[in-house]
Write a protein that binds this ligand. Sequence first.
Ligand code: C2E
Ligand code: CA
Ligand code: CA
Ligand code: CA
Length: 279
Amino acid sequence: AKEKGRDLYQFYTEGMQDREVHRLELDRDLDQALAGDQLALHFQPQLDLATGQVGSVEALIRWHHPTRGLVSPGEFIPLAEESGRIADIGRWVAIAACRQLAKWSDGPLSHLRIAINLSGRELETGTLASQIRDCLTRWDVDPSRLELELTEEVFIASRPENLEQLRELHDVGVHLAIDDFGVGYSSLAYLRDFPVNLLKIDRSFITRVTDRHDDAVITGAVIQLSHSLGIQVAAEGVETEAQLSFLRNHHCDLAQGFLISHPVPADQLEREIRQGHFE
Ligand code: C2E
Ligand code: CA
Ligand code: CA
Ligand code: CA
């Protein structure tokens, strides 16, 4: 039994070491990804339910790793947060988004807003606000065409001086959105204390909104609450027509999900909007 225990132990640590090596390699590879052209933004449309048009798009990062193929952000963003490389990724994303906005500034996509995702760790660098403002200036982009998505946790748990950066950006016209609303913290005080433009109801509610009474009630109530506070609402993870009708009937402002479109490269989005794909 003792022998067996030791083998098991060895097996375990080797497994853990492999995982650790894999993580370290992946994180190290991010350096090259940032320097080369392995990273890309894909864009997922958010349908404006009042106008029937795409009002904005969420930028989601993609990593085409030279040997591992497509690595999902769900895998490498947490790694980059731990190692601190997230600051470089954040800068890369902000630049890529502003360049894209500049590219779209005349033509049929000039009304689009791009939402980028930020993690709490990015706020901690203390230079986020100035970096984003520099980007907007450098690419001559109207700040109201950029939106920052942050989870509830960030609004609730960040230090005041870090949140001050968000306030500063909001003051120049950048939009602020709460991501994954309803699954994180239960405090709503930040809705009162903070200038939020958009609240995104987490996919877990939307998935069952037409099957489960409680998810329907919560979604309806969140839409009403937001509207009473003058905040727009988006639904994440819309996959069925039934979900979309529910959201229409409850006056949700924006719908995002595979039913409308998967995240796609910029040229595909351009083509589809030109062709009236979403009308
Ligand atoms: P998120 O911000 O909640 O993004 C939504 C995720 O749901 C995306 O996964 C998107 O592809 C997926 N999704 C959209 N519609 C549907 C749907 O109808 N059904 C289902 N099942 N899924 C849907 P993705 O692109 O893999 O991103 C995962 C997470 O990685 C994001 O979650 C976000 O937290 C993070 N992330 C992505 N890009 C960035 C970035 O540029 N910076 C940072 N800091 N985080 C990012
Ligand atoms: Ca998001
Ligand atoms: Ca989300
Ligand atoms: Ca999420």
